[in-house]
Design a protein around this ligand. Structure first.
Ligand SMILES: NC(=O)c1ccc[n+]([C@@H]2O[C@H](COP(=O)([O-])OP(=O)(O)OC[C@H]3O[C@@H](n4cnc5c(N)ncnc54)[C@H](O)[C@@H]3O)[C@@H](O)[C@H]2O)c1
Length: 269
């Protein structure tokens, strides 16, 4: 049985990702700040084998304990989805250094440490897939998200680097850059971006959200599809692999796949 690790699995995109992987027959190792009870119930109803860890991924000890638990339970790992993230929306001029650092710790440092912890095992096996959930904020500047944008730009840079280092050794490393998805994060962020100035088309050019229940194609094919197939399966309105990437949401997704090939849906929406 193949094993997938999903961070930030208690809700939103992480929860739906875990469900999709369970439907594809993966055993799931979940980590989140809180016990992902609803996700576990959803996995149980799909007869999926699962373990959960309530811990903060910004703590190195938590990551090593989590990796040990996965090792003792299954002795293998096939997929890592670095999904957990925080946004901390605030005007750049008022954001504290502490909050800025916290976003980088969770969104950028932790995915690196998780990629190391599980990537070593994948490299030893000569196979594996790491999927980093970045954002359109990793491709563009969006107002009021100095730390978030910096972390997601960094995550795409990390993806490209690991793809270059590990792609030739059987471990694929990709980033997915969703546009707006109506999750708890999005709902929590809305009041912070409610002022007309900050939601003007220049500051935030899209107002179309995807629902986590209709997550687009990369979630369905990235874990198991070869890079060659991936390049032909780049989502568009006519792709049979899943729903449209983002209707009316240009730039909603870019995929960096091994070796260093960047595919953007900018012109496809
Ligand atoms: N919702 C969107 O519109 C959107 C758009 C683009 C990218 N994303 C990215 O997708 C990912 C998931 O977003 P979402 O909307 O589902 O968010 P969400 O806030 O609904 O869920 C994030 C989960 O991560 C967990 N988490 C946060 N910090 C953690 C930590 N230190 N340790 C362990 N778990 C932690 C939270 O508890 C939560 O369960 C994030 O990386 C986010 O940046 C979201």
């Amino acid at each position: 049985m193949e094993v997938a690790v999903v961070t930030g699995a208690a809700q939103g995109i992480g929860r739906r990702t875990a469900e999709i992987l369970a439907e594809r027959g993966f055993a799931l190792a979940l980590i989140d700040l809180r016990e992902p009870s609803q996700t576990l119930a959803a996995l149980k109803s799909r007869n999926a084998d699962a373990l959960s860890f309530a811990a903060d991924i910004s703590k190195e000890t938590a990551i090593s304990e989590f990796a040990s638990a996965v090792e003792s339970r299954w002795g293998r790992v096939d997929v890592l989805v670095n999904n957990a993230g925080v946004s901390f929306i605030a005007p750049a001029e008022t954001m504290s250094a502490k909050d800025y650092r916290r976003v980088l710790e969770v969104n950028l440092v932790a995915p690196f440490l998780l990629a190391q912890a599980f990537g070593k095992k994948m490299l030893a096996a000569g196979q594996g897939s790491i999927i980093n959930i970045a954002s359109v904020a990793g491709l563009l500047g969006i107002a009021d998200r100095a730390a978030y944008n910096a972390s997601k730009h960094g995550l795409i840079g990390l993806t490209r680097t690991l793809a270059a280092e590990w792609g030739g050794r059987g471990v694929r490393v990709n980033a997915v850059c969703p546009g707006w998805v109506k999750t708890e994060m999005d709902v929590a962020d809305r009041p912070a971006v409610a002022t007309p100035r900050r939601t003007s088309p220049a500051a935030c050019p899209w107002d179309v959200s995807l629902l986590p229940t209709t997550l687009p194609a990369p979630w369905h094919f990235l874990p198991t599809t070869t890079p060659a197939a991936l390049s032909t399966a780049t989502p568009s309105r006519s792709t049979a692999a899943g729903p449209p990437m983002a209707v009316g949401n240009p730039s909603a997704c870019a995929i960096a796949d091994n070796p260093l090939r960047i595919q953007s849906c900018e012109a496809r929406a």
